[in-house]
Ligand binder design. Structure first.
Ligand SMILES: Cc1cc2nc3c(=O)[nH]c(=O)nc-3n(C[C@H](O)[C@H](O)[C@H](O)COP(=O)(O)O)c2cc1C
Length: 182
């Protein structure tokens, strides 16, 4: 399958099963995703592999940041359990006179997009999620982020269910998005 075919076929999967890629499988996927264009090869990103009860650390931080209490807080916390594996995407800027932070964030974002595609192509269900509180101090702290680092959200990863084919993608009219200067 060509890369264009894989991209066209990719669909986010919001409901996944309890199966997840192993740590070793994930290492292979990350190695592939790390090939995105990267000005000066700064590698200004890192990923956190969050499984099991560690997901509740994220869920609780999100619930706390939202100010929800009681049942509402429990519901928000449980959202982190929607997939067996969460991959937190972290922008980890590198000091550079040549490459500003916005370029580095583009690289981190590109890694997340390519990793989504690679996971999808390997048969896994993936959905990139964020939310209003992604960059709140408590949520950043729950991930142990260092000074200057920023979260770009989480890839929720799990097993794909058989009904996936039910949602074919409607392709855009590319001529709407491609023009010239004049
Ligand atoms: C940075 C980023 C954050 C996102 N956050 C959410 C989110 O919090 N909730 C959500 O339902 N979709 C979110 N999405 C969109 C989904 O990941 C997905 O792209 C969308 O449901 C469309 O499905 P598709 O990827 O199959 O086209 C986000 C996408 C990106 C790139």
């Amino acid at each position: 399958m060509s890369v264009a075919d894989a991209a066209t076929r990719r669909r986010s999967t919001s409901k996944v099963t309890a199966e997840a890629p192993s740590h070793d499988e994930l290492l292979e996927f990350v190695q592939a995703a790390a090939t995105v264009a990267d000005h000066s090869e700064l590698h200004p990103w890192r990923l956190l592999e969050i499984r099991g009860d560690d997901r509740l650390v994220v869920g609780r931080a999100l619930a706390e940041a939202s100010g929800a209490e009681g049942h509402a807080a429990d519901k928000l916390t449980e959202k982190a359990l929607r997939a067996p594996l969460m991959i937190a995407i972290v922008l980890s800027p590198v000091e550079s006179r040549k490459v500003p932070e916005w370029e580095q964030e583009s690289v981190a974002s590109g890694v997340a997009h390519l990793l989504s595609l690679v996971l999808d192509d390997a048969g896994w269900g993936v959905m990139w999620r964020t939310g209003l509180w992604t960059r709140s101090p408590g949520v950043q702290a729950a991930h142990g982020l260092r000074d200057g680092e920023k979260l770009l959200g989480w890839l929720y990863v799990g097993g794909r269910r058989d009904d996936r084919e039910a949602k074919p993608r409607t392709l855009v009219d590319p001529s709407r998005f491609l023009s010239t200067l004049s």
